[in-house]
Ligand binder design. Structure first.
Ligand code: GDD
Ligand code: MN
Length: 364
């Protein structure tokens, strides 16, 4: 038996793809008859038992393996981990839900074998293949993201958010420490991090039909995109989550004032009571929006949502108290009102962010 590593590792990131996986594995086998390939499923402990299915497939075919990750979520991180586990000359990343056309794998492999490129990306937007399945909003969003990718990140891709690509395995060793493990923008991240040194080729493909409904893709991809831009522009020094958290906090200030105004107009009780209730309402507002956007990848629902809300109220109450304390302290030192006020607010925000990240939404 040949003891050498295969030529190509196909990474299949999965979350709840139990039924799609056997179909896809079969199709890949048919698409690559003369290629020495292996499949590496990277499953984030899917509740539907995808990893059990992957293991069963692997028991009949040693070319199929599975990494089951516990306590972690994230498409980009799963892909990076899979690529780093490969011993092959080339690695491919593709969706496991049958939306990516496996017959393109051979085209990509041949391009890489020719040696002129380090990475081949499958694009949904070349050769006028964009059209059909895409709404105008989506086409426009893609147009803008491409323009921004070109202008700011110097990445020349027609479909920077594509999740279907193949590259030389050695490329990833150099880039891995600088890649973000969150979100869907792994290709754009690789291209941006690789800079001008990476030789990229593109091939067209048609994005297959979605099996279950329409995803919240537009919003999610936009958020991912913003996150990557910020990370690259600040050298990873400013966390996108913190920026989101502060933006949500700013809307909370508006909610606070509105609540305070309403309570005040009702003229029941004292001002301190109004202020306390308005603060609690604003904190609840912040919780709901942080849970929906800032921590959309680890959104709390059901009982954990209630528990998280209570924890968040307590944490932010302490944050509000320390905000006032620190502002007083600063004001006592130099009497410049806006430095004192800003200092208090920043400390409060940092406290709320750090403590809620540690206790409410636990896995960063
Ligand atoms: N391991 C792991 N962890 N896999 C995940 C996770 C996760 O947290 N989230 C999603 N996946 C897997 C899915 O099981 C699927 O195989 C693949 O990643 C893509 O996920 P979908 O949820 O089907 O994404 P999509 O169809 O909305 O998005 C596609 O288009 C985007 C751009 O428009 C994907 O190709 C994206 O990569 C692409 O950015
Ligand atoms: Mn999909």
């Amino acid at each position: 038996m040949d003891q050498k590593a295969p030529e190509l590792t196909i990474i299949l990131p999965t979350f709840n793809e139990r039924d799609n996986l056997p179909v896809l594995v079969e199709r890949i086998g048919r698409a690559l008859p003369a290629v020495d390939w292996e499949i590496l499923v990277v499953d984030d402990n899917s509740p539907d038992g995808t990893s059990t299915v992957a293991r069963a497939l692997g028991q009949n075919d040693r070319r199929i393996r599975c990494i089951r990750r516990i306590g972690r979520r994230g498409l980009a991180g799963a892909c990076i981990e899979g690529m780093l586990a490969s011993q092959a000359a080339y690695v491919a990343v593709m969706d496991a839900d049958l939306q990516h056309d496996e017959t393109q794998l051979m085209v990509m492999l041949e391009k890489l074998r020719e040696g002129g490129s380090d990475l081949v990306a499958a694009s949904r937007y070349i050769d006028g293949k964009t059209a059909e399945g895409f709404s105008t909003t989506r086409a426009r969003a893609s147009h803008w993201s491409t323009a921004i990718a070109r202008g700011l990140l110097k990445v020349d891709l027609t479909d920077p958010m594509s999740g279907f690509f193949m590259l030389r395995r050695d490329v990833i060793d150099t880039l891995a420490p600088d890649l973000s493990t969150q979100g869907f923008k792994i290709l754009l991240d690789i291209a941006a991090t690789g800079g001008g040194k990476l030789r990229i080729a593109e091939i067209p493909f048609v994005f297959g039909a979605r099996l279950h409904g329409e995803s919240k893709l537009d919003a999610r991809v936009a958020l991912d995109f913003g996150q990557l831009l910020l990370a690259k522009a600040t050298n990873d020094r400013i966390s996108f989550r913190f920026v989101m958290f502060c933006l949500v906090g700013l809307t909370g200030v508006g909610v606070h004032m509105l609540a305070l105004w309403s309570l005040h107009s009702l003229a029941l009780g004292t001002f301190s009571v109004h202020q306390a209730i308005a603060t609690a309402i604003a904190i609840a507002w912040n919780f709901v929006f942080n849970n929906a956007f800032t921590y959309r990848d680890q959104r709390l629902t059901g009982w954990p949502f209630i528990k998280g809300l209570i924890e968040f109220e307590l944490i932010c109450a302490v944050g509000a108290i320390s905000n006032v304390g620190i502002a007083n302290l600063l004001y006592g030192q130099d009497s410049i009102w806006w430095i004192a006020g800003l200092g208090g607010a920043v400390m409060g925000a940092v406290w709320n962010y750090a403590v809620s990240a540690a206790f409410v939404w636990r896995s960063n």
